[in-house]
Design a binder for this molecule. Structure first.
Ligand code: PLP
Length: 403
């Protein structure tokens, strides 16, 4: 299996596995006052310290949660109380569902939020909570969060930043951003699922909980914390740098798709180096995902599939991509992706596009390679580039423009 769906969940990093294995042997509950409890608390507080330092916050102002969804919900619950809420048009459902009735901040065709529209929204009405993600989960498009934070300060608004996809893939410095809160999630950076965190600015750090429970996390989030998952979260965060090294591979994915007639959604914007969203005009996203899965390549649809129906992606729809919003797949490279994964994707994508008879360009590629190479167990050599040729960024066997 060639796993190219990191934005759904990253493969576990070995550092996280090792930290979890060690923490699983620590028996106590971090709330207990005895030695066993204190040992568990030490593991947790070490992790809190590492995570806060890693992402530019203060340990005391970091609240552990079950993941990104809960961190977003907690921020909106606590910082949005009594305020009107404004969210970016391409925010994740974790934010959208926690802020029903929010005013929507439009984005341009590359998915970047319109800061003039934000200024107008903030000037008009009572103090707001603004939610703006650092990088989008479907397209990788980065938002001008520091500029938005300055605008928010000028208008007495608060800013919550969903950094779930950004953390571990680009520089994230909470205090430099100037936001009020920032959500991160363990399984998106190579830790286990089941842990996340909300970083808070010192001025708003004493928030009301969404789950009160036993008063853990200084009364900000009740519930016994998953110590081993938290240890794995911190180890993964420390092991993750940014994903810059993946950009050449991501660019090859785009070249291969564009050669078959695809359009890169969000091209031209600053984007996460591991993420691309490519739309194949006329081909439903779910058909593409299934065809690639049958070839052993795991990607996801930008569109949400339920009950056999494909709902167009709200992200791509907000970018004004019309029917393409239901025809795009997301390819997101994990930290351990290599050239073989990209070669497999390129071959499978070209065959998929040709088989669905919707890309003349891809059909020409197949015909040319078949004529030149002959069929070899249904797979031509021209469509399965060698690791060496990919490493040299040599995609001469593909045709088409690269955006
Ligand atoms: N925010 C963004 C941008 C995401 O991509 C996701 C998950 O895909 C979430 C929030 C939710 O995170 P979690 O899966 O940790 O609840």
């Amino acid at each position: 299996m060639h796993y190219l769906d990191a934005n759904a969940t990253e493969p576990l990093r070995p550092e996280a596995r090792a930290a979890m294995a060690a923490a699983l042997d620590v028996t106590g509950n971090p709330s207990s006052v005895h030695g066993a409890g204190r040992a568990a608390r030490r593991v947790m507080e070490d992790a809190r310290e590492s995570l806060a330092v890693r992402f530019g916050g203060r340990p005391a102002d970091l609240v552990f949660t079950s993941g990104g969804t809960e961190a977003d919900a907690l921020a909106i619950h606590a910082l949005g109380a009594g305020r009107r809420i404004v969210i970016g048009a391409t925010e994740h459902d974790a934010v959208r569902a926690a802020a029903p009735g929010a005013a929507i901040l439009p984005v341009d065709r590359t998915g970047v939020a319109d800061l003039d529209a934000l200024a107008a929204l903030l000037a008009d009405g009572p103090p707001a909570l603004v939610c703006l993600m650092l990088a989008n989960n479907e397209t990788g498009t980065m938002q001008p969060v520091a500029e938005a934070a300055a605008l928010c300060r000028r208008h007495g608004a608060r800013l919550h930043v969903d950094a779930v996809q950004a953390a571990g893939r680009m520089a994230v410095d909470f205090s430099a951003l100037g936001a009020d809160s920032l959500a991160i999630s363990s399984h998106k950076l190579g830790g286990p699922a089941g842990a996340g965190a909300l970083l808070l600015a010192p001025e708003v750090a004493s928030i009301a909980p969404l789950i009160a429970g036993g008063g853990q996390e200084r009364g900000r989030r009740g519930g016994t914390p998953p110590v081993a998952a938290i240890a794995g979260f911190a180890a993964a965060a420390l092991a993750s740098g940014d994903a810059t090294a993946l950009k050449p591979l991501r660019d090859l994915v785009e070249q291969a798709a564009v050669a078959c007639g695809a359009v890169v959604c969000g091209a031209g914007a600053a984007r996460l180096p591991n993420t691309t969203c490519v739309a194949l005009p006329g081909v439903r996203a779910d058909a593409q995902v299934i065809a690639l899965d049958l070839e052993g390549v795991a990607v996801s649809a930008g569109a949400a599939c339920s009950s056999g129906k494909v709902a167009a992606s709200h992200v791509l729809a907000a970018m004004g991509l019309g029917p393409l919003a239901g025809q795009a797949i997301r390819v997101s490279l994990p930290w351990n992706a290599d050239a073989d994964d990209i070669a497999a994707f390129a071959a499978a994508y070209a065959r998929m596009a040709a088989r669905l008879c919707l890309s003349r360009c891809a059909k020409e590629v197949v015909q040319r390679s078949d004529a030149g190479e002959g069929r070899n167990a249904g797979e031509s050599r021209a469509l399965r580039p060698s690791r060496a040729s990919l490493t040299r960024l040599d995609l001469s066997h593909f045709v088409g423009e690269v955006s």
